[in-house]
Design a binder for this molecule. Structure first.
Ligand SMILES: *[C@@H]1O[C@H](CO)[C@@H](O)[C@H](O)[C@H]1NC(C)=O
Ligand SMILES: *[C@@H]1O[C@H](CO)[C@@H](O)[C@H](O)[C@H]1NC(C)=O
Ligand SMILES: *[C@@H]1O[C@H](CO)[C@@H](O)[C@H](O)[C@H]1NC(C)=O
Ligand SMILES: *[C@@H]1O[C@H](CO)[C@@H](O)[C@H](O)[C@H]1NC(C)=O
Ligand SMILES: *[C@@H]1O[C@H](CO)[C@@H](O)[C@H](O)[C@H]1NC(C)=O
Ligand SMILES: *[C@@H]1O[C@H](CO)[C@@H](O)[C@H](O)[C@H]1NC(C)=O
Ligand SMILES: *[C@@H]1O[C@H](CO)[C@@H](O)[C@H](O)[C@H]1NC(C)=O
Ligand SMILES: *[C@@H]1O[C@H](CO)[C@@H](O)[C@H](O)[C@H]1NC(C)=O
Ligand SMILES: *[C@@H]1O[C@H](CO)[C@@H](O)[C@H](O)[C@H]1NC(C)=O
Ligand SMILES: *[C@@H]1O[C@H](CO)[C@@H](O)[C@H](O)[C@H]1NC(C)=O
Ligand SMILES: *[C@@H]1O[C@H](CO)[C@@H](O)[C@H](O)[C@H]1NC(C)=O
Length: 538
């Protein structure tokens, strides 16, 4: 039904326009420079009479009429009733007249320049008014040039409408308002021309009126503080001519602290208006409390009102300036303290962890089924220049770790029975150990200990069952001789032995070593003094 109406309208419009537009009956005609253009005489006499009478086209020049048929220009074509311009130019402006027997007709042609930076010329627009929600149709059809049209493009406000179907058809919304320009591309004598046709579409609302509706609750309780500045926002959905206004208590318009703002509004897609009006109250005093500020939206027929009631904030946590300042100071102090604690925690991490282990009596060695706390790997070639290193591994380490701290070490010289399958035995001993302590020196990577290292690395990297502790006994400096994979271990940390400073049990060296060793609850027998040098000169 609706659709049929549209089709009928379109058909009627097309019918009217074909008979009206394809011949030019108006006296004053406007054309756009650069576009193809034509004048067509509206003949009332039957077709066959044309054959017997001669047709002449003239243009009135300042020195009198000029017969256009005598003027040969490829740009101007005479086709019986029609005068065509390919294209029309500014100098074509003027009076034209047509003569056929006793019938004449004249036109005044005004050729106007193209508008720069625009796809259409405002003087050549056809205005159309469309009611919102009714169908908006723009048919890009040209009655005269239709046969020649190669391509048609539709623009809205000079922006191309992509994927446009011809005709353009939709239910009108407010945002559809604008200039629609059809551009017809024509070919003539191998040249491409374009003709434009622009519609000025205005969308108008339906004329039904709504009762103004205020947004929000009927009574809005607003919590305020004394001395504060507030804004009351009154919004309503209403008709175009409706208004919003405020009543202040006692209608005191002279109160200098109360200002009524201007009404602002935007159009909704349904053609109504969303309007709002602000009431600003500065420096709230007790005078403003417990009274209602009413806002009314009204039109000729109806009004609706809502109240804003200003109430004092009940549990006013009033923060006076000095309290605020103090609060800020406390906050800053606390932050600084937290930062300090974190820093101290990072620096004394080892001590904290050791303290914690001691305090909690933590023991991670009970359930893993391993025999030794650490396997000590060291250079076994007992040459005089490695003497101190050897002594450290086989004497100092066991004395401190075993006797003083209660760990159980596995030391090759001491614990491996000579004569067996050494390689297999080392492997199984490493498997039974929780840590691999490597006493590093420049000559460490001899073939004999390489196996211990590789076996331990396999356990550490692949099985993740052992952790490696590196002790740099003599300064090594360059660790590039160590396998690359050792660097992948997160826990690969090198402890530096500092002959003088590392003597005491309380020194950083031993603390760090204990930190890297598994937590163990065994109480050592404290048979030696805390400060007794652990490295006895031999
Ligand atoms: C139409 O033709 C004119 C020249 O006659 C040109 O300036 C204009 O860009 C063309 N319009 C389009 C949309 O191609
Ligand atoms: C053009 O010239 C013809 C003949 O001189 C005259 O009849 C006509 O009125 C003129 N038309 C205009 C528009 O000046
Ligand atoms: C044109 O007008 C003349 C006299 O005004 C008349 O004799 C003649 O028949 C007319 N011709 C036509 C075709 O009407
Ligand atoms: C287009 O229509 C609007 C609204 O009717 C009008 O304000 C505007 O002047 C029109 N523009 C032209 C170029 O006619
Ligand atoms: C438009 O012109 C181009 C090139 O001349 C041609 O390839 C195309 O088929 C034409 N399109 C139409 C719809 O006539
Ligand atoms: C008032 O409220 C309306 C609707 O919620 C909103 O559109 C408008 O921006 C508000 N005005 C101010 C100044 O906050
Ligand atoms: C606001 O409206 C309430 C009732 O809704 C009324 O009691 C009060 O007096 C009104 N205040 C003003 C300032 O008009
Ligand atoms: C109106 O406001 C003025 C100025 O603030 C004040 O002096 C006067 O008392 C107010 N009147 C009422 C009725 O509130
Ligand atoms: C309200 O509108 C008037 C005139 O329309 C203007 O002079 C005034 O500056 C506006 N006030 C505000 C707060 O926008
Ligand atoms: C706010 O009002 C109080 C009295 O109600 C007054 O003492 C104070 O000076 C005012 N402050 C400002 C900033 O106007
Ligand atoms: C406002 O009303 C509350 C109770 O609703 C009352 O406690 C308070 O004293 C009143 N404040 C003023 C300024 O009248």
């Amino acid at each position: 039904m609706h659709c049929r109406e549209i089709l009928l309208t379109v058909w009627v419009l097309m019918l009217i326009s074909t008979s009206e537009e394809s011949c030019t009956s108006r006296l004053h005609i406007t054309a756009i420079e650069g576009e193809p253009f034509y004048l067509k005489y509206c003949s009332s006499s039957p077709e066959h009479e044309r054959k017997t009478t001669t047709i002449k086209w003239y243009k009135n020049e300042s020195h009198g009429p000029v017969d256009l048929s005598l003027r040969s220009s490829p740009r101007i074509l005479l086709r019986d009733y029609v005068l065509e311009f390919w294209p029309v130019e500014l100098r074509d402006s003027g009076s034209y007249f047509f003569q056929m027997g006793n019938d004449t007709h004249d036109w005044k042609l005004n050729v106007i320049p193209r508008t720069k930076h625009s796809c259409f010329t405002e003087k050549r627009v056809t205005s159309k008014v469309v009611e919102v929600k009714k169908s908006l149709q723009i048919a890009c059809e040209h009655n005269y040039y239709q046969q020649l049209v190669n391509r048609t493009v539709l623009y809205k406000n000079c922006e191309k409408i992509e994927n446009n179907k011809n005709p353009f058809l939709k239910n009108a919304e407010y945002k559809d308002q604008g200039y629609y320009t059809c551009v017809f591309f024509l070919r003539h004598n191998g040249k491409l021309f374009n003709v434009t046709k622009t519609f000025n579409i205005t969308i108008v609302g339906d004329h039904s009126k709504i009762i103004p509706a205020l947004l929000g609750p009927k009574i809005d309780e607003v919590k305020v503080e004394l001395g504060e500045d507030i804004q009351l926002n009154c919004s309503a959905l209403l008709n175009e001519k409706d208004v919003i206004y405020w009543h202040t208590p006692g209608n005191n318009k002279s109160d200098p602290n109360v200002h009524e703002g201007n009404m602002t509004r935007i159009r909704t897609s349904e053609g109504k208006w969303l309007a709002s009006r602000i009431l600003r109250i500065k420096n709230i005093s007790t005078r403003n409390l417990n009274s209602s500020y009413n806002c009314t939206a009204a039109n000729e027929g109806s009004t609706s009102t809502k109240s804003f009631l200003l109430l004092l904030k009940e549990d006013t946590v009033d923060i006076p300036g000095h309290v605020f300042t103090r609060g800020m100071i406390v906050a800053v102090v606390i932050s600084v303290m937290v930062v300090c604690l974190v820093t101290v925690g990072v620096i004394y991490r080892v001590d904290l962890v050791l303290f914690y282990r001691h305090f909690m009596g933590r023991d991670e060695t009970l359930t893993d089924g391993k025999t030794y706390d650490a396997f000590v790997s060291y250079l076994k070639e007992c040459q005089p220049e490695h003497g101190e290193e050897h002594a450290f591994a086989v004497e100092t380490l066991p004395r401190v770790l075993e006797k003083h701290f209660g760990y159980k070490l596995c030391i090759f010289e001491r614990d491996v029975v000579p004569g067996g399958a050494v390689v297999d035995e080392i492997h199984s001993l490493i498997e039974k150990s929780r840590r691999l302590i490597i006493v590093l020196s420049k000559s460490y990577m001899s073939s004999e200990v390489r196996y211990e290292l590789e076996s331990g690395l396999h356990e550490a990297l692949v099985e993740r069952k052992i952790k490696i502790i590196l002790i740099e006994f003599t300064p090594v400096g360059d660790f590039s001789f160590l396998p690359q994979s050792l660097k992948l271990l997160k826990s690969h940390r090198v402890l530096k032995w500092k002959a003088d400073k590392s003597l005491s049990y309380n020194s950083r060296f031993w603390k760090n070593l204990l930190y890297l060793m598994p937590a163990k609850a065994v109480k050592p027998c404290r048979d030696e003094s805390e400060v007794l040098p652990v490295l006895l000169k031999t």
